[in-house]
Design a protein. Structure first.
Length: 212
């Protein structure tokens, strides 16, 4: 086999290796979820995601248009902008806004939580992709419990403090209220995983559009 040079070649070979490793482990992914799980593995080289990513029955297999809100600029940077443009979608992170910092001080909370409160008011039907801050996920859980209906909540924060607990509460709220969700059980996650899941859903929608 010749030297692999281009990004597309590297990605194709990476996905081939992932498929091979999954097969060797005896893991068969549900067709509607495989792309998301493999993108998470591709972003982390961690095959645990084949078992720890949870999907509500109504979690979409693709994203067409609309708004994505992230809890970090790192996750925002990782979302493919060409795919967003192709689908007429947009992505935002409000963490660095001065008004969010002021709201966090005023309410004695974190910027992450304040940014989610703001985004729920401005874009109630958005896709919310949380890869870092459990306080953001808890604020979304509170919103869902109070009747908010996002298009999708991606809950994959990483860490040790309130991380697993925030995911459990979000999962319970979404399953009880019928809000679509993709959540990683346990401590693992991260901004890269949140972006990877968004990209998997965007690519699925992009690739289903016939060329002009």
């Amino acid at each position: 086999m010749g030297e692999i040079r281009t990004p597309a070649e590297i990605e194709r070979e990476s996905m081939r290796i992932i498929d091979e490793e999954l097969s060797r482990r005896g893991i068969v992914l549900p067709p509607g979820r495989a792309a998301v799980v493999k993108r998470a593995i591709h972003a982390t080289a961690d095959f645990d995601y084949a078992e720890t990513l949870q999907f509500t029955p109504d979690a979409p297999s693709e994203l067409r248009g609309g708004v994505i809100v992230t809890d970090t600029n790192m996750a925002l940077a990782g979302i493919n902008k060409a795919a967003l443009r192709r689908l007429g979608a947009a992505a935002y992170c409000f963490m660095a806004d001065d008004s969010i910092a002021a709201a966090a001080r005023r309410h004695g909370t974190t910027r992450a939580a304040a940014s989610m409160a703001y985004a729920l008011g401005r874009y109630p039907g958005a896709v919310f992709a949380i890869g870092n801050a459990p306080t953001a996920l808890l604020r979304l859980a509170e919103g869902v419990e109070a009747g908010a209906r996002p298009t999708l909540v991606i809950g994959v924060p990483v860490g040790f403090v309130n991380v697993a607990e925030s995911k459990e509460r979000l999962w319970a709220a979404c399953t009880r209220r019928g809000v679509p969700a993709i959540v990683s059980a346990g401590r693992k996650g991260g901004s890269g995983v949140a972006a990877a899941i968004c990209n998997a859903l965007l690519y699925a929608a992009r690739d289903s559009i016939p060329p002009c």
